[in-house]
Design a protein around this ligand. Structure first.
Ligand SMILES: [Zn+2]
Length: 469
């Protein structure tokens, strides 16, 4: 590979190990485009979180049922209120993006094709902001997600591959960095790894689907490996690996349904990541946090699921924002990779929304398990039943749920009652859209994040510069 040949050629003369990588490959990091020099940089990405997803959360939070709260994202200091900056998200061909192409643009400053992880249209690796932070500046780094850690958005920063579905390859690069063929492999460059998707870090035949046993390898490097919120909270380690849930963590809305749930929240993981990365740290840190569940429930056109994923993401933003304000030398950037589902918030019925206690997926599973449609919708969405202000299901609604035969039918019914619509309906699942997304920023250099014709590649260029000091 071009990258390693260059490094190899230089290493014998001037430098050893990671330090020489800065010479060979990372000269585009320090572009001077940001001007400001923040010590720490935190980037938070709500996957699929378009402006209407935010409006949904804001209207609900401000309602009586939502506790008449202001979202952190609407704090005037974070730049959302009154008029957030918009960002275009199309891929290199001008098409609606997937998370991989969008994440590549935001991590590298270069547009690519859907499915690519930090490689260009020719499949050549492109330097990411994470690599600039790690190899040029020697910053501590962290990657946190509510879905699997090697999914496109969290996976892009420390991996280069022509397909986001090369899961084992992404896992190996994320944990070992360069390549396991290197002798010795470069292990444990990302100090904080917290999220779901343990199976991809474990070999086939040992409860996993991946290649080498990355969990053991990281433990051997002194990583504290945690599986529960309580273990996460207690950990005093400087390097941590935490896997919770399955392929994704439990959706925010469904958390109270499982009384034995031991998973931390996205806010818990964000707070812990900051605590670990900021400890005894003179060079600063670079932290990436993804609210991945927003996209997943939006594909299902699930209004209450979406609402609570955004609210959970906002709580994580609050942790980062509080730190950034107190620290004074931290750039916080919050945005989305794209919109999912074509959501339109109309006359929102916050009281009805407040009565929904499970994702439509969860409700459908109960129906598949033998519960009647009426009982399931009464139990988990407050529809019908004694004393309910919401009329019981009509014959037409029941028929619709039956004919769809999956969560999308329930979504259709609940969406109509809650006062929202999506770009897809009638049992059809939602897709990504080309809607521009909002960008919020706080701290040194924040004013650069926005303005006319702001594009997701601008994020990548600015982040690379931001971490190179
Ligand atoms: Zn998606």
């Amino acid at each position: 590979m071009r990258v390693r040949m260059l490094i190899g050629a230089l290493s014998c003369v001037w430098c050893v190990g990671a330090a020489c990588a800065a010479w060979a490959e990372y000269e585009d990091c320090d572009s001077g485009s940001l001007e400001a020099q923040p010590k720490n940089v935190i980037v938070m990405i709500g996957d699929g979180m378009g402006p209407q997803q935010l409006k949904l959360a804001r209207l609900f939070a401000e309602s009586e049922e939502g506790g008449e709260k202001k979202l952190t994202l609407y704090d005037p200091d974070l730049g959302l209120d009154p008029d957030p900056s918009s960002m275009t998200t199309h891929n290199v061909y001008g098409e609606v993006t997937d998370s991989a192409a969008a994440a590549t643009a935001m991590a590298t400053g270069i547009k690519t094709y859907n499915g690519a992880l930090a490689v260009d249209v020719y499949g050549q690796p492109i330097t990411t902001a994470w690599e600039c932070a790690e190899f040029v500046s020697g910053k501590k780094t962290g990657i946190v997600s509510s879905v699997f850690l090697i999914d496109a958005t969290p996976g892009v920063w420390a991996a280069h591959t022509t397909s986001r579905y090369n899961y084992s390859e992404v896992a190996v690069q994320q944990a070992l960095k360069e390549d396991p063929d290197l002798e010795p492999p470069d292990i444990g460059e990302v100090e904080v790894l917290l999220g779901a998707g343990r199976i991809y870090y474990q070999p086939k035949g040992a409860n996993g689907t991946g290649g080498p046993n990355l969990i053991e390898m990281l433990q051997d490097q002194g990583y504290d490996y945690v599986r529960k919120a309580s273990e996460l909270e207690r950990s005093a380690a400087d390097k941590i690996l935490g896997f919770f849930g399955g392929t994704a963590m439990t959706y925010v809305l469904n958390r109270p349904l499982n009384k034995n749930l031991t998973e931390p929240t996205l806010a818990d993981m964000t707070a812990k990541a900051i605590e670990i990365l900021d400890r005894d740290n003179d060079t600063g840190f670079f932290l990436v946090v993804e609210g991945g569940g927003i996209d997943w429930v939006a594909h299902k056109l699930d209004v209450a699921g979406t609402l609570h994923e955004v609210l959970g993401f906002d709580e994580a933003v609050a942790e980062a924002f509080e730190f950034a304000k107190a620290n004074g030398d931290t750039l916080l950037v919050v945005t989305a990779d794209h919109e999912t589902g074509g959501l339109q918030v109309g006359e929102l019925d916050a009281a009805f929304l407040a009565g929904i206690r499970a994702t439509t997926d969860f409700i459908q599973t109960e129906i598949d398990g033998g519960m009647t449609i009426e009982a399931a919708l009464e139990t988990y969405a407050g529809v019908g039943g004694k004393g309910s202000p919401w009329p019981k299901l009509s014959a037409q609604e029941i028929q619709h749920i039956q004919s769809c035969g999956d969560a999308l039918g329930i979504s259709d019914v609940l969406n109509a009652r809650a006062g929202v619509s999506w770009g897809w309906s009638d049992c059809k699942g939602g897709h990504h859209t080309g809607v521009e997304v909002d960008v919020f920023a706080y701290g040194p250099g924040a004013e650069k994040f926005g303005g006319d014709a702001f594009d997701n590649t601008n994020i990548g260029i600015l982040l690379k510069d931001a971490v190179t000091h």
